[in-house]
Design a protein around this ligand. Sequence first.
Ligand SMILES: Cc1cc2nc3c(=O)[nH]c(=O)nc-3n(C[C@H](O)[C@H](O)[C@H](O)COP(=O)(O)OP(=O)(O)OC[C@H]3O[C@@H](n4cnc5c(N)ncnc54)[C@H](O)[C@@H]3O)c2cc1C
Length: 447
Amino acid sequence: MAVPQHVDYIIIGAGIHGLSSAWHLAQRLTDRGEKVEGRIVILDKAGIAAGATGIACGVVRNNYFQPAMRRLMAHSVSVWESDPEAFSYHPVGYMQISCEAMHGDIAQIYEEQQAIGYESTFIEGAKDSEKYMKGLFDDWQAQGITSVLHEKRGGFANNTTAMYGVAKKAEDLGVRIITGIEVTGFVRESGSESVKAVETNQGNISCQHVIVAPGPWARDFWNMLELPNQVSIKGADGQMHTDVDMWRFWQLEEGVLQVDPSMLMTNDGKLPPVLHVDTDAPLLSDEDGSLITEDLWGIYYKPDWHFNGIQGGAAPYKVDTPVNEVQIDPYGPSSPEFVSSTEFAHMWVSALAHCHKRFHGMMDKYHPEASGGIGCFTPDSFPVFDHFYNNVSVIADSNHGYKMLGVGQLIADEVLGEKQELLEPFRFGRYAKGELHPTSNSPFPWS
Ligand SMILES: Cc1cc2nc3c(=O)[nH]c(=O)nc-3n(C[C@H](O)[C@H](O)[C@H](O)COP(=O)(O)OP(=O)(O)OC[C@H]3O[C@@H](n4cnc5c(N)ncnc54)[C@H](O)[C@@H]3O)c2cc1C
């Protein structure tokens, strides 16, 4: 089928945000009795879930120190729960298992979860935390744990399968997904700020509105849109910090222990919640007992039949290549530069053994295949969801986004003229105004 010369809505990127935006926009138009066919296209230079979405661990949680993130996540969890089968979603819950340095932050998260009606249990104190964990896993042995937040909602979805489910919902409503087409720029209306067409390697497509959902390619689309590469940020001290880079990249470290996933069932034979452990107990090598770190460290993991083993990750590291020189393509495991390191494998498997006796002596089961990938982060590591010029909406999720299935719904509502309160704390203007999100004591840049 030929590439169209005009459509009303162009959505760039067939990752979670592009697909969800298209699905919800199509649903809204259908609900209004309008036709969809021929009006909405998704353009992707590769394919469905070819970016960060297709390599994500797929964890869906609420555990965030920032109230605005928590409210947004609660909304997205409801979208995941709306059709678990289509989204290959496993509502097993999520546990944040922490050391004393994080106790106060997590207690606050728990209180605020109660206030918004998000079901969770909070266990405090070393003894009770250990008892709770041993009640789930009789070989639990992590050290230094003084609190456990057990979120009863959330869980994980199988990354690509879930996206085929979202794509089907969009296509069933008349959305067309065109893959293998690369967006190269935007054509502005003369005498107005609006974008009148999207330039591609297969010709220009004129449109009324563009939604850009670029994941790690946020830097490149920001440049194409001629938005500022550097920003001024008003700090908590009231001081203006000028010339701060708008983007930075972090390498997400993830991998798989190739064992039977059912090795990590609970004592009563059930699928466990997704487990996230942060502790400052010394981490020793499970291979030779040498010290890996005495600093705060963290891991997350789950049994996963899609990855065929125990899948998870650890804290990411900052990419120190100058931001404009970072080679995003080829992306993910195909990257010659940005894949999980051997240090990660050693640390992560040792950390699994630190937590559960059952993982002792399993270093050789680590799957040596390339994994992980980079994420493109904003100055405060939280998303920018905003509208620019007269007709361009940008979903720059700062790598929080697999869990954010509901953001596409909120953006679709805004494209149709209904401002969404849940998105307000994520506008670009927050940097200049100093309306920043609170920061936590977590070792992860995304909590
Ligand atoms: C290893 C890893 C693990 C993660 N785990 C989790 C997790 O467990 N939970 C969680 O919530 N988040 C997780 N994330 C973050 C999450 O995956 C991303 O935030 C989210 O998938 C981004 O979705 P997106 O739709 O914005 O972008 P993407 O999924 O990256 O989609 C962008 C699309 O744009 C296309 N594209 C790029 N340039 C062009 C162009 N010029 N023209 C046309 N198309 C173009 C790409 O081909 C791609 O398909 C993880 C990220 C990584 C890297």
